[in-house]
Ligand binder design. Structure first.
Ligand code: ADP
Ligand code: MG
Length: 378
């Protein structure tokens, strides 16, 4: 699958660029044609086909993990509820949708649009397999250590997982079919019905979530897809906002130094922290942060430090700050991509870290946590 992914990704990328050129020129030609021109209808047909081809190649790019995921702390149950509503409107009425959702589901790091694509694709296949009606069951659950041990082949090597299981009571599949379902362009449906890209895309999406997917099926006994998504050890997604609302930070004599190279985020952070009653210094790079800290060491209680900045960057800056004050409290702010660096910084003694996005709501909670431990007010 890895090899097919690389191949497909390479071709799809170039092919999509070619299609964009075809589309672009067609649209230029269309602009100069009145709609009664005999060529108009032909050009429209070219445009439509190129658009279809482009949407196919985009699916291939998803399979090859060349499309970007926007991972955020996500309540999977909420997504499932949303999508099941869409499904119940789109699927034939003789298909009954049942939900069986774990109430205390842990939070996952997910892209809600892509979760929707995953469930939609599996759901549409299920509906196709139940042309005489049947049940589509969507479940969520927390994975226990037992689940992990009893499925060693999955390689569930992270702390916690949440599972999303979608089953149908349709025609099922034989073993030979099951071997190929995730391959791009594999389809048992006629040329007009299937593209063979649905499950390939699902596979790519699950991979970009660092998850796993397995399929269980038997002819005439239905099909079950189980997806494992890694849990993030954090507060449930929706509670961030609530916690902040119900727990207003007090205005003390606390002072924060905010270091971020992006001006809009600096401004937003400044305003937000200021509104909460903090005195705020801002710095747009590591060098400036060190200078400000040196001069105001006595009054700065906490530093919020972005990791990837031009110049000396967050990591070096952190080391220098620690030299000035070994007990300095620093919250590291980071994109999900700089994971390795972050681990290093945490190991070397940062008070905490928060991932982008959700930055400022999460930061407020983190600040409170850190300042609470300092003054023991809980
Ligand atoms: P397509 O739906 O375009 O054929 P997919 O990648 O979505 O492509 O699915 C690939 C193949 O997997 C299908 O053609 C079908 O043979 C098989 N399949 C997928 N889901 C199911 C299901 N729920 N029940 C039976 N067969 C399925
Ligand atoms: Mg499909």
């Amino acid at each position: 699958m890895e090899a097919i992914g690389v191949l497909a990704g390479g071709i799809a990328h170039d092919f999509n660029n070619i299609l964009q050129t075809v589309l672009g020129y067609t649209q230029v030609l269309l602009q100069n044609k009145p709609s009664h021109d005999p060529d108009f209808i032909n050009l429209k047909a070219i445009e439509e086909s190129a658009q279809k081809a482009s949407s196919l190649t985009k699916q291939l790019l998803v399979f090859a993990r060349k499309s970007e995921s926007n991972l955020k702390p996500t309540d999977l149950n909420r997504e499932v509820n949303k999508i099941s509503e869409i499904l119940s409107r789109t699927l034939p009425k003789m298909i009954k949708i049942e939900l069986n959702l774990e109430e205390k589901l842990k939070t996952v790091n997910a892209d809600s649009v892509q979760i929707e694509q995953i469930i939609m694709n599996i759901g549409l296949n299920a509906a196709y397999a139940m042309s005489d009606g049947g049940r589509l069951i969507i479940e969520t659950g927390n994975v226990t250590s037992y689940d992990k041990i009893s499925n060693p082949e999955l390689g569930l090597n992270r702390e916690g997982y949440v599972l999303l299981r979608i089953s149908d009571t349709g025609i099922g599949m034989d073993e030979e079919t099951q071997k190929h379902i995730f391959e791009p362009f594999f389809t048992t449906k006629g040329a007009d019905c299937g593209t063979g890209l649905g499950l390939a895309m699902v596979y790519g999406l699950v991979e970009s979530h660092k998850g796993h997917i397995i399929c269980c099926s038997k002819p005439d006994h239905g099909t079950m897809f189980t997806i494992y998504l890694p849990v993030i050890e954090a507060m449930p997604a929706e509670n961030y906002a609530k916690k902040i609302e119900g727990n207003k930070l007090h205005c003390g004599n606390e002072t924060i130094l905010l270091v971020d190279d992006e001006e809009p985020l600096r401004r937003l952070g400044y305003e937000l922290l200021n509104k909460q009653g903090f005195t705020v210094f801002v710095a747009e790079n590591g060098e400036e942060a060190l200078e400000i800290y040196r001069e105001n060491k006595k009054i700065i209680d906490l530093v919020i430090l972005d990791v990837s900045m031009p110049g000396m960057g967050g990591y070096l800056c952190f080391k220098e700050l620690r030299k000035m004050n070994p007990n300095i409290k620093v919250i590291i702010v980071t994109g999900y991509s700089d994971n390795g660096k972050v681990k290093e910084i945490i190991k070397s003694g940062a008070a905490g870290f928060v991932g982008k996005p959700y930055r400022f709501t999460k930061i407020l909670n983190k600040i409170q946590e850190i300042l609470d431990t300092k003054t023991n007010r809980k």
